[in-house]
Design a protein. Structure first.
Length: 334
């Protein structure tokens, strides 16, 4: 008989190696015990779910409980790890039921970077209030490098040749602050806040020593132009975060990715995931990002995420508080 169990970070620590082994099997760094450690704070607690049969795990899922001013919010960053012999929809239903018994305000299952749920019906059957569609592009690194190059759009190939010709260089660095400074330039162009330096450093400190988090910079005459924060796990590479300078030289970003595709192919990885892009309410910048990624010849993968609102009244109040904070920041903070 299948049984659902819930564990805290401390309760699962004795079985962390077993937990991480399952995450490796699904190429999911965001399902690891170490990912839980990085994101464990006073207001956010990791929650480990398992489904067992005869005391053996047949499914595991790392999610997070965020404690807001009005109650709990469940945040889901990626899919559960489910044995191939199990019915996936049954597993989702059992785990979802266990999460709802915690009486959260809502369940937020929407992470473009890590989540790769391709079955929209699962969210529909779970009666998610809002369902969103997004995509990513996956480059098959097992192909011959000549074929990968041939699949890249002609314009990208020309831009790569140009950047090589004028002397743009690519280097790996452990300078997280350099990546952060470049990302500040990037986000400022959209009036958005970049990922905090504290969190970027936590990612790199946790995974960098094991070559699972790596930072690469494209430079011209020693000036940083573009950067990529990559996550490497199992046989998959994920373009986790990127950044570009305000004055970008033609082809520097293209050359950066072409260099990484060649490098990671040589290192034996099989999948280069360009990261998700929303297909709902696309603005001009998102369309540009999507076009840029599409021209590297990867297979387009469509994915789905969603939000399930369990307390509509408190959700409305929470949104009002968020809007008020945005208004205060806009008008009263320097």
């Amino acid at each position: 008989m299948l049984k659902v169990n819930l564990y805290s970070l401390q309760e699962i620590s004795s079985r962390k190696e077993e937990w991480n082994k399952r995450a490796i099997s699904s190429n999911s760094i965001s399902q690891t015990f170490d990912w839980a450690l990085v994101h464990s704070t006073i207001r956010t607690r990791p929650l480990f779910l398992s489904i067992s049969e005869n005391n053996d795990w047949v499914a595991t899922w790392l999610v997070f409980i965020h404690f807001s001013v009005l109650g709990r919010i469940i945040k889901i960053v990626s899919e559960p790890v489910i044995n191939s012999s199990q019915n996936r929809e049954e597993v989702y239903f059992m785990m979802e039921n266990a999460l709802e018994k915690l009486h959260p305000l809502k369940i937020d299952y929407l992470d473009f970077a890590h989540s790769r749920l391709t079955n929209k019906k699962i969210l529909e059957h779970l009666k998610f209030t809002h369902i969103y569609k997004y995509n990513t592009y996956l480059v098959d690194l097992t192909k011959e490098i000549e074929l990968i190059w041939k699949d890249i759009h002609k314009k990208h190939r020309n831009d790569i040749r140009y950047a090589q010709k004028i002397g743009v260089t690519i280097e790996e660095t452990n300078n997280v602050k350099l990546f952060y400074d470049l990302s500040c330039e990037t986000y400022a162009r959209s009036n958005k806040i970049p990922t905090p330096l504290r969190l970027l450093s936590a990612y790199y400190n946790a995974f960098g020593p094991f070559k699972m988090a790596r930072i690469f910079i494209a430079k011209y005459q020693n000036k940083p132009l573009a950067a990529a924060f990559m996550l490497c796990y199992g046989d998959k590479i994920l373009y986790f975060k990127g950044a570009t300078a305000n004055q970008l030289i033609r082809g520097s970003g293209n050359l950066l990715h072409w260099h990484l595709i060649q490098l990671f192919k040589q290192e034996g990885y099989k999948i280069y995931d360009f990261g998700g892009v929303s297909l709902v309410d696309e603005d001009q910048k998102l369309r540009g990002i999507k076009l840029f990624k599409s021209r590297f010849g990867g297979e387009e993968l469509f994915c789905y995420g969603g939000i399930k609102i369990l307390n509509p009244f408190k959700e409305k109040v929470l949104n009002k508080i968020k809007q008020l904070k945005i208004w205060v920041n806009k008008w009263f903070l320097p």
